[in-house]
Structure formats: C-alpha cells, structure tokens
Design a protein around this ligand. Structure first.
Ligand SMILES: [Zn+2]
Length: 333
C-alpha cells in the first residue's frame, strides 16, 4: 500500500477499478483542459523505440534505475502476449522459458504498460475508446503529460486511449488492443443498445476516414470540396460522441487544409481556430504543436483581413501533415 500513496496528488488517486485492477480516479471536480499529471519516463530507453522493440535496452534501462524505482516498476501490472514473447525470443535468441524469471517479469510489465516506454503514474491509467484524458509526450519539457479533455466529476475514473483507434470499428480497435493483452469493456465496446449505437457511429467514421483518403489522392478541386465535406462530417460525428481528443483536432486540421486548397482563407481560419482550441485541451499551450498552430492561426488571421491567399501557410499545412500521425508518437530520446 505504501507505493499507492506515491500516486496520489491533489487531483487524482489510484484505487481499485471494477474488473480492471487498479485505475486512476478524480478526487475533486476537474475542469476540461486541466493537466492532471506530468512526469519523466520511468524507463529511459534512450532512443525512439516506437518501431523496434529491443529487449536488451529494456533490461539495461531497468538495471540503471535506483532500487526504489525498480520496485515501483515491479509493482506495475504484468501481462505478456504470445506475439510479444515471440519477439523477445527472437531478439534474445532464447526460448521464453529459458529466459531468467526476473527478466521475463520485466518484459511482461513492459508489454502490459508501455506506450512508447513505461511511465510510473501514466501507466496506471486504463484505456477507453471514449477517453476523458489525453496522453502525450511533450518534447519541449521532455515529459509525458495527461490533460483532461472533458469536465470530470469527483469519483470518476480517468481514462486514456492507448493507440488512436477513434475512427475504427470495434473489432479493429480490439485487434490493436490485443497487444496490451486485454479486452476493452468501455462504453463504446459494451454489448448494450447504447454501445451498439456508438459502434454504428464508429463504423460510419471508419467509412468516412477511408473515403477522405481517396478524395485526397484524386487531388482535384472537386475532390477537395468533397474531402472538406467529409472532414466536417467527421468532426461533427466525433463531437457528438464526446470525442474531444486529437482525432477531432485532426478533422479540423483537415478541414482547414482543404479550405486552403480551395483558396478560402477565411474558412481555413475558422477551422484552424477550432483545431487549436481542441489541441489546447489535449496537450496544453507548452506543446510544440500548439505553439506552431498558434503561429498559423495568426498568419491566417492577417491573411483573412487582407483577403489574401497565403502561400506560406498553405505550405505549412503540407509539411505538418497531421493525418499521417494521428497520435503523438512517443519519442523517448
Ligand atoms: Zn473500448
């Protein structure tokens, strides 16, 4: 129980969550946009490991931890999936069963908790496909941050979305979540009339997402007008589902981008302002992305006053291309 107190702040506490082991709960009412947590990675893997899993790096990083942080790490939930064990076996050139037990435990905890790397308190947040908190790695402060994207009532559990599965059907979401070895029972995955209604919306979002990609590839004025309509529709659906997360910011970003393709600076400004508003709740004003977005909004504002189409801003939208990486890829460098 001693380690549990370590998680407590003025805003949140860790306690049992029905059917999910431990979870993070609000101690008081927390308004949207509040940063509830900010912390350094527990395991410093010293490189961007979002692509390749390097078991030796995990062991080394664990060895380097002070004794107290090692025991915090070992107190985290562990669960190793078969596919994860196969990767470790391949990299270690050993059968899973021949790997020393303590090392297997370290790997299993990594498998159950890592999103990019393992965070001491961040790893206690459970997943939901309809989260009320956004997780991000903030490069300007080199810390992970957790910001509330909805008003949260005292006693409510705080949840995050591990991989960005906003615009996906339930089976596709679960396929992603299998990597963490659990079955999602969030309100969007429930076998209830309400859950099924939500699922229909996700299937619709998935269809729209695919259609959007096609229209962008065509790349004519007509297809950009169509893509703009789709991006607006996606934003409306996401908003009505209470998905005020980065996927919504990306829909607004897309709408602004297509308006610029159509040389409509005034409308692009409106969408860019909405994108900034949502991203401020998600990642805060100290994140490099929101700082960039603020600059873009200011450019657009000036361009809109002059009723001018600004080549520079249009270029930024091409370079930024948020749609490629909907979720902040965690770089633990
Ligand atoms: Zn779910």
């Amino acid at each position: 129980m001693g380690t549990m107190n370590h998680y407590e702040t003025d805003l949140i506490e860790v306690r049992e969550s029905a059917g999910k082991g431990l979870g993070v709960f609000a101690k008081v009412n927390i308004p949207r946009g509040t940063r509830v947590l900010s912390e350094l990675p527990l395991l410093d893997l010293g490189h961007d490991n979002s692509k390749n899993l390097r078991p030796h790096d995990i062991l080394n990083a664990f060895e380097l931890l002070p004794r107290e942080r090692q025991s915090f790490y070992l107190s985290l939930h562990s669960c190793s999936t078969d596919s994860f064990a196969r990767v470790v076996e391949h990299e270690m050139k050993k059968d899973w069963i021949d790997i020393p037990e303590v090392q297997r435990t370290i790997f299993s905890i990594y498998a159950a908790n890592a999103f990019g790397t393992v965070f001491l308190r961040g790893s206690r947040f459970n997943h939901s496909c309809l989260p009320n908190t956004h997780f991000s790695f903030n490069r300007s402060i080199e810390q992970e941050t957790l910001d509330c994207v909805r008003d949260i009532t005292a006693g409510e559990e705080l949840t995050i979305m591990y991989p960005d599965v906003t615009n996906r059907s339930r089976s596709q979401r679960q396929k992603e979540l299998d990597k963490w070895g659990f079955t999602c029972t969030c309100p969007a995955c429930e076998d209830t009339p309400e859950g099924k209604k939500k699922e229909l919306k996700r299937i619709e979002l998935q269809k729209l997402d695919r259609e959007l990609g096609v229209q962008v590839l065509i790349g004519t004025d007509m297809s950009f007008r169509q893509a703009l309509r789709i991006a607006q529709e996606m934003a409306a659906q996401q908003e009505s589902e209470g998905l005020a997360i980065r996927a919504l910011a990306i829909s607004y970003y897309n709408a602004a981008k297509f308006c610029l393709e159509l040389k409509d600076t005034k409308m692009a400004l409106l969408w860019a302002e909405k994108q900034l508003e949502v991203d401020l709740w998600c990642v805060g004003d100290d994140h490099p992305d929101t700082q960039n977005e603020l600059k873009v909004v200011n450019w657009l504002r000036n361009a809109a006053i002059d009723s001018e189409y600004d080549e520079c801003v249009a270029k930024w939208y091409h370079l930024a291309d948020m749609s490629k990486e909907p979720c902040e890829v965690i770089n633990t460098r």
